[in-house]
Design a protein around this ligand. Structure first.
Ligand code: UT7
Length: 329
């Protein structure tokens, strides 16, 4: 089977910063101390009023193309992992294609919440293996601030906006994407839910908006914390065992950036110092599908990831969805 390669990465976060102190000043009954202690988040980024998911994705994509030395015309496939597309129809990937002027590409979105970037890499790899795609642009991009209930202190403190991208191909040069694994548990999907705006509830009504059905609900935040840690651990072991490497061989863990306490719990279980976890959570919060893609790009660009380093990217999110990627840089 052909080896999948990563030719370039890119990321973008909007310039507007919202600190924990800002949240308090907005009238939220919270404190910087509580948020930092319980989550590790100090601040997050917010998209501008006229910035949609495809706008953030566009900036990340341009940087990834630039690193790969490619032009938009070289791209055959665009997949955007997102739960905050610009519109329900067409897909965020279609808006992105138009803005990027990637005329040859076929595009679609993947709804896998915080696992969206890994799902996108997994799906693009199948197209490349099948031979119908030569170069794919995969993205995790979110404007979570549009689906956050800013009055709900248990959820609104968590989320941020941003985008991360990678270019995949099957050339014999580039960094190796050794494996991707993805899993789904639809039965427990309601734990992280946007109940309104789909076909379950009557299409958006005054009443559904008043109920806040269009906001992201985390019904089982505590339960999902424990489930997340278990799936992160399972995903790490699955990727390590599949590739016949050991935990010691992994230079960097770049998990979905959900909660610092999750990282410490995972690090303790696999007996790895927390310094081997690459963390952007403190600066960007949880940007769902974008979070691990942004972290990967930042780790590449600041020189943390060195040639031949093994990078393990376990993810977990609403759906429920989870999985991993293992990269040899
Ligand atoms: O990206 C997908 C994966 N992410 C997840 O699955 C999220 C997983 N869950 C979490 O990260 C954590 O459960 C949270 C950060 C959401 C919550 O942290 P927690 O330590 O589980 O807090 P809690 O919900 O058990 O709440 C503890 C207390 C409660 O007060 P009482 O009932 O003990 O008086 C809350 O009302 O903290 C209170 N609280 C807050 N206090 C100050 C909840 N949110 C806040 C807040 N500021 N923002």
């Amino acid at each position: 089977m052909k080896k999948i390669r990563i030719l370039g990465t890119g990321s973008y976060v909007p310039p507007k910063v919202l600190t924990n102190e800002d949240l308090k000043n907005m009238g939220l009954d919270t404190s910087d101390e509580w948020i930092v202690q319980r989550t590790g988040i100090k601040e997050r980024r917010l998209a501008g009023q006229h910035e949609a998911t495809s706008d953030l994705a566009l900036e990340a994509s341009k940087k990834a193309l630039d690193m790969a030395g490619l032009s938009p015309d070289d791209i055959d496939l665009i997949i955007v992992g997102t739960i905050t597309p610009d519109t329900h129809c067409p897909a965020a990937a279609n808006w992105l294609q138009a803005k990027l002027n990637a005329k040859r590409a076929v595009n679609f979105d993947i709804t896998a919440a915080c696992s969206g970037f890994i799902y996108a890499m997994h799906t693009a790899s199948q197209f490349i293996h099948a031979g119908s795609v030569k170069k794919a642009l995969v993205i995790g991009a979110e404007v979570m601030s549009r689906v956050v209930n800013w009055k709900d202190r248990t959820t609104c403190i968590l989320w941020g906006d941003g985008a991360g991208a990678a270019i995949l191909t099957a050339d014999n040069k580039g960094h190796q994407l050794l494996s991707t694994h993805v899993h789904t548990d639809g039965e427990n999907g309601k734990d992280l839910l946007v109940p309104g705006g789909g076909s379950t509830v009557t299409p958006i009504t005054k009443e559904s908006v008043e109920r806040g059905d269009h906001y992201l609900n985390m019904i089982g935040a505590n339960a999902s914390f424990r489930v997340a840690v278990r799936h992160f651990l399972d995903s790490i072991m699955e990727s390590v065992e599949h590739n016949k490497v050991t935990i010691e061989d992994i230079n960097w863990f770049i998990p979905h950036q959900a909660n610092f306490r999750m990282f410490t719990s995972i690090a303790k279980s696999i007996e790895v110092p927390i310094e081997r976890f690459y963390i952007t959570l403190d600066r960007y919060g949880n940007s769902s599908s974008a979070s691990c893609a942004i972290a990967l790009d930042e780790a590449v660009r600041d020189g943390s990831i060195k040639e031949k380093n093994h990078v393990c990217m376990p993810v977990f999110g609403g759906g429920l969805t989870w999985g991993s990627a293992l990269i040899k840089w």
